[in-house]
Design a protein around this ligand. Structure first.
Ligand code: ZN
Length: 129
């Protein structure tokens, strides 16, 4: 079982403030364009598909699958970064925590967990489902 490393507080900006507020209340939200209906992540003020400023938010299930990952074994506290594709179809860059790094595999089902940051909102990460 991996040890959690310390995570600095994420910096919010006007595009991501609502995202981090949702994280603070234990929810993972992604942008949903109210013009073309497509979802995207990381949160942007303009939809990356149709370039309209009309974007809302949608809470997601927190279930996904590992698309790709890499284990940083030489770090002071080893960690795994990963692209996780959410059930809703959006892929996000994240970390895999609370797991055996040697047991990870592409396509593995993972579920959302929040890790506390140092003085900021919790950060959405994933662990094996
Ligand atoms: Zn759009």
């Amino acid at each position: 079982m991996s040890t959690r490393r310390k995570i600095p507080a994420p910096e919010a900006n006007p595009e991501t403030a609502a995202y981090w507020q949702a994280a603070a209340s234990g929810k993972l939200v992604i942008r949903e364009c109210s013009h073309c209906g497509k979802l995207h992540h990381y949160p942007r003020a303009l939809c990356p598909f149709c370039f309209k400023p009309a974007t809302g938010w949608r809470e997601v299930s927190g279930r996904g699958k590992i698309y790709a990952y890499s284990v940083m074994r030489r770090a002071e506290t080893p960690y795994a970064i990963a692209y996780v594709t959410l059930e809703e179809g959006v892929t996000m860059l994240t970390n895999l925590i609370d797991c055996d790094f040697d047991g990870l595999r592409i396509g593995q089902a993972v579920t959302l967990v929040f890790q506390d940051s140092e003085g900021g909102p919790p950060v959405p990460m994933f662990s094996p489902a």
